[in-house]
Design a protein around this ligand. Structure first.
Ligand SMILES: NC(=O)c1ccc[n+]([C@@H]2O[C@H](COP(=O)([O-])OP(=O)(O)OC[C@H]3O[C@@H](n4cnc5c(N)ncnc54)[C@H](OP(=O)(O)O)[C@@H]3O)[C@@H](O)[C@H]2O)c1
Length: 324
């Protein structure tokens, strides 16, 4: 009986070790580092909010930063604020990501890019039945098609210059609404869910070129865009989103930069984001055998937590309709 007990305990101890060892050899792509210092980081939507905070951080880390957005005045203001804070010069490009020719010209003028951050985004929440078709198209065009435009314009030169310039990165700013659909976000979520398919397929296509994709999933973040969005939020969206507090743009920028530098594919920004990334890992690439271990071990429990969240959200919706 004692022998059986000892072998059972040994098995319990050995299982995690064996799993860790298996995952160490299994995870793909292999871990990578993407340095930032003295490298060209091109950030879209870099004149405001998360993009601006990331631009400051990259400049602090010694990167050569380029910014792209529509408003030349806001870009100039961002440029001056970074110069004042870090002493570094920033190049600015005024273009609308919906205009492919303008994007291509800006990318060509900027010169070889090492890290492309597709951060531009617009978010106008509303129930789909009432939302203007133009507004729906606007979100898809800026968030999804605009990101295609940027990557398509920058990729050929990025691929060509890797051998001489070292590892490259394409970071794509999604949202927690790109991991789970929430009331009022049908169009926004669709535009952000689309980015996941783009990122997963693209990582297959560029891994041999030493280019690493990071897909970043911020929660609500205090930015000018968020302040505008709040004015239009349906009441139920606010009730459902209330469970998670808002982060500061600087905190999200720090998580984003850490994710980019470590070549992490899925980049969560807070604890809830970690749970979401485990719950939605699916067939996503995973470079870290430790994170893969956590995903495998906690999958069932995290699914249970996800079902509790859904229960809570549907209960809120039912209550709200009953009250109405
Ligand atoms: N804040 C949040 O709660 C939150 C949460 C999750 C994810 N995100 C995502 O994070 C990203 C940044 O959001 P944010 O809150 O920092 O937004 P923000 O403060 O509104 O800044 C948006 C930036 O994108 C630029 N932009 C917008 N439309 C553009 C276009 N058509 N072409 C080129 N540039 C354009 C804006 O400049 P111009 O207007 O001058 O063009 C601005 O620089 C977005 O992708 C957003 O979806 C935000």
């Amino acid at each position: 009986m004692a022998t059986v007990y000892i072998s059972f305990s040994a098995l319990i101890l050995l299982f995690p070790l064996a799993l860790l060892l298996l995952l160490y050899f299994l995870v793909r792509p292999r871990p990578a580092r993407v340095p930032i210092k003295n490298r060209h980081v091109f950030i879209t939507g870099g004149s405001s909010g998360i993009g601006l905070a990331l631009a400051h951080l990259c400049a602090q880390h010694g990167a050569d930063v380029s910014l792209l957005a529509r408003s030349a005045a806001k870009l100039e203001e961002a440029k001056q604020s970074i110069k004042l804070a870090t002493g570094r010069d920033v190049r600015i490009f005024s273009a609308d990501v919906r205009d492919y020719d303008a994007v291509r010209t800006a990318v060509e003028d900027a010169g070889p890019i090492d890290v492309l951050v597709c951060n531009q985004g617009v978010f106008v929440p509303q129930e789909l039945a009432d939302q203007d078709l133009e507004e729906i198209k606007f979100m898809i065009d800026v968030n999804l098609t605009g990101t295609f435009h940027l990557i398509r314009a920058a990729l050929p030169a990025m691929k060509k210059s890797r051998a001489e310039r070292g590892p490259g990165s394409i970071a794509i700013m999604s949202s927690q609404a790109g991991q789970v659909g929430i009331y009022g976000y049908a169009a926004y979520s669709a535009s952000k869910f689309g980015l996941k398919g783009l990122a997963e397929a693209l990582q297959h296509e560029v891994i041999a070129d030493n280019i690493h994709i990071s897909l970043i999933f911020p929660p609500d973040t205090e930015t000018p865009g968020f302040a505008e969005e709040n004015k239009r939020r349906p009441q139920l969206t606010s009730i459902i989103a209330a469970s998670s507090g808002a982060m500061k743009a600087e905190e999200v920028a720090k998580k984003s930069l850490d994710g980019i530098q470590s070549g992490t594919f899925i980049v969560p920004c807070n604890f809830e984001g970690y749970l979401l990334s485990i719950a939605t890992a699916g067939l996503s690439p995973q470079r870290s055998y430790l994170m893969a271990f956590v995903e495998v071990i906690t999958a069932g429990l995290v699914r249970l937590a996800a079902l509790c969240f859904q229960w809570n959200w549907y209960r809120s919706i039912e209550k709200w309709h009953t009250k109405k």
